[in-house]
Design a protein around this ligand. Structure first.
Ligand SMILES: C[S@@+](CC[C@H](N)C(=O)[O-])C[C@H]1O[C@@H](n2cnc3c(N)ncnc32)[C@H](O)[C@@H]1O
Length: 223
């Protein structure tokens, strides 16, 4: 337990068991929350709401926890797990009023695009977790990824584009602060979820291993 009497790191002992939330309270989630500058400030300003950060880097999870302890924040938690898996399997249906994805890794090389968060699988799980009318707020410094994400949403009838939230310095994340200091342009957009057919999510599958390219020797199997 923390100094403030609350453990801010959500500890998962069984990753097949959905997480429990107080469904009488609104929930906001930040994917890849980093060190938590944005989410902890928002949690402090909105004690009526619960906040969940999802972050896979241990050191950043620790820093998020430290911010909560020092700030006496007891309505924010951080989970060290992969975001797509968490959205797909562990969150309650149609409960989050907002999801924030700020400066996700852009994986700029084409051969790495499969690592990007945004795609049909994430949009399926996102729609399932947002309350109807709930919002996704998105910001990035990467112009090409920004357009790709906009195309993803434009192709999905379950979302409509809405005005993004204002971005005064108080809401800047760690990366946004750094990028603005470097004079980079920031692209932001937001979408609202619409009523649609609420089909169950198909299980996530692991794509088959790619066939080895010609000229690249297969490794001999071990005995
Ligand atoms: C570029 S940083 C941005 C951090 C923060 N949003 C900010 O703007 O300061 C991206 C963050 O997302 C986390 N991340 C990337 N992919 C993730 C995933 N699939 N699941 C959970 N965290 C992820 C990384 O560890 C990293 O902290």
């Amino acid at each position: 337990m923390s100094e403030a009497g609350v453990d801010h790191v959500l500890r998962v002992t069984d990753i097949t068991r959905p997480l429990e939330f107080d469904l009488s309270r609104p929930l906001e989630i930040e994917v890849g929350c980093g060190k938590g500058r944005f989410l902890t400030a928002r949690a402090k300003a909105h004690p009526e709401c619960d906040f969940l950060g999802i972050e896979r880097m241990l050191e950043r999870v620790r820093l998020f926890d430290g911010k909560c302890r020092r700030g006496g924040i007891d309505n924010a938690r951080v989970l060290r797990l992969e975001a797509l898996y968490t959205f797909h399997y562990l969150l309650p249906a149609h409960h989050a009023r907002r999801v924030y994805v700020f400066f996700p890794d852009p994986w700029p090389k084409r051969k790495h695009h499969a690592h990007r968060l945004f795609g049909p699988l994430f949009l399926n799980a996102l729609w399932k977790r947002l309350e109807i009318g709930g919002r996704l707020e998105f910001a990035t410094d990467h112009a090409e990824y920004f357009e790709t994400v906009r195309t993803c949403f434009a192709d999905d009838q379950r979302f409509e584009e809405v005005e993004p939230m204002p971005r005064p310095p108080e809401v800047w994340t760690e990366f946004e602060t750094m990028f603005r200091e470097q004079g980079l342009s920031i692209h932001c957009a937001a979408w609202r979820s619409l009523p649609a057919d609420d089909a169950p999510l198909a299980p996530l599958t692991i794509p088959a291993e790619a066939e080895p390219r010609e000229g690249i020797a297969r490794r001999a199997p071990r005995d």
